[in-house]
Design a protein around this ligand. Sequence first.
Ligand code: DX5
Ligand code: ZN
Length: 235
Amino acid sequence: MAINDYIIAPSILSADFAKLGEEVVNVIAAGADWVHFDVMDNHYVPNLTIGPLVCAAIRPCTTVPIDVHLMVKPVDRIVPDFARAGADIITFHPEASEHVDRSLALIRDNGCQAGLVFNPATPLNYMDYVLDKLDVILLMSVNPGFGGQQFIPATLAKARQARAKLDAYEQESGRRIRLEIDGGVNAANIADIARAGVDAFVAGSAIFGAGKDGDPHRYDSIVAALRAELSAVGA
Ligand code: DX5
Ligand code: ZN
């Protein structure tokens, strides 16, 4: 895969929320591709974060895609609000929706790209009958709810299985579905994750944590370090 095809998606969960707009501007200026936006409801996951108002507030800060990761139950009611707030991609956990096919269609009907999120123990076959409605598969490499957790190694084998399914689908349909990973991604493991077939990488603490000891608003070196690791993969 060409290096330019890899997506780096900083999770603003680990950003400085008192300066969120500035953080978004700086991390995109540092070369990141998407903004990953973690929505937690203290019901589906044991944490509470940000909603459509905050999405609308950061929308003018950047033109790159905002990748909304819904960790909420129910799913459908909040989808149009995020579409109106400027989301480009909306992903949700299949266990949180009573009707997965309908939720995917709803996201697309609202003009966004749609994706399913797989928890570490969630089987991949949730995707089997809805591939035509998917733009993204997001594999959790930690249990959802918090930033700063350790990458779960079993996710690598799962990524290879997901890649095989998505490649088979691309062969028959001509349509490429992105394979994204979320949780514990850093410069030490991103190359192995890419070799397992992942092409979009969420990183929260690895990116925003990197600013804490030095200049807090410069993320160039960590984004460059992640890209350098990825550039070695295709070679
Ligand atoms: C966890 C969130 C992640 C989180 C990743 O539920 O979905 O996006 O911010 O953070 P790190 O990269 O620190 O594991
Ligand atoms: Zn996330």
